[in-house]
Design a protein around this ligand. Sequence first.
Ligand code: NDP
Length: 342
Amino acid sequence: AAPDDRIGYAVVGLGRLAVGEILPALAECKFSKIAALVSGDRDKALKLARQYGVKTESVYDYASYDRLASNPDVKVIYIVLPNSMHADFTVRGARAGKHILCEKPMATSVADCERMIAACRSANVKLMIAYRSQYEPMDRAIAKMVRDGALGPLREFVAGNSQNTVDPQHWRHKKALAGGGALPDIGLYCLNAARFMSGAEPEEVFATTSRVPNDPRYAEVEAGVHFILRFPGGFTATCVSNYASHDSRFLRLQGPNGWVELNPAFAYNGLKLRHSRLQDKHNTVTDIEFPPANQFALEIDHMSLCVMQDRTPHTPGEEGLQDQRIMEAIYRSAETGRAVRL
Ligand code: NDP
């Protein structure tokens, strides 16, 4: 689309993800552009506004946020704040008459997810959760291979997403802002991939969480989580995620006719896809190459096309709500030591 026809975004919360990935992605989008910035740090916001050609009058703070209602350049609000702030800013944004693209995890409770969906529905605006991996071409290719039966009926999904977090004072280690530790931040990628790639919903979950004794980072939130999801038809997903071990990100899906693997998975770039299939009683292993793609730009342009064409996003609020329901069941299982039916 010509620059004037692109959908304008207000980006809310200019932290690491917004500055490092989302603003650069918006600048290379085909159907989307940066129209406003919202930040508690005016100097930082003004500097970024200059860099990205945003008008000074389109720089807001959290108190003046509701004034976005009268900014016709802004069609979509992209919320990139700490997790527990997503709900209120979505509700206020919907009341301002803007469509909402909200970072994952959608919120920190099922009740908040439901509140966000209701607010967007009654304001007649779209709500999309930013599950970037569902717009990433290799992840999509795997989902298609599964749908086309390339592996046979699915039997196993195994995934891990771990990283060693650093700053104990960061909001990610505060229960009130983060909602939890590794699970809602990075374990969520394994959960969402299991559902997206299989196209199925789990019926039962069994989980355990772990802490690192005397480590101030994990005074309020779990360091590690292990969970097993039981799907219909004998398919299971086993996922591990940890905030206190060295970076590792992988996933693998297996059926009787082969397996497919992403290693690394979940990263912003550099993913590698490998497929093994049984052919004439021999295993053939192939590395499948894809041209580089910016998954953030693909995700944002998907939202813009939904606004232009009045379509429901591929990852609507209900997708975030379903993950939140399962994450609450995961914590319940870890607390009680029992399997939890969904
Ligand atoms: P950061 O801590 O780097 O940035 C968060 C920003 O939120 C801050 O810079 C600040 O912006 C604003 N903010 C407002 N109130 C607070 C507060 N009380 N405490 C801290 N920050 C506040 O976080 P990230 O950018 O890493 O994460 C933001 C969101 O994006 C989270 O929901 C996270 O889950 C998600 N995320 C998603 C990723 C993905 O790949 N899809 C990857 C990383 C994060 P300002 O200074 O402008 O006011």
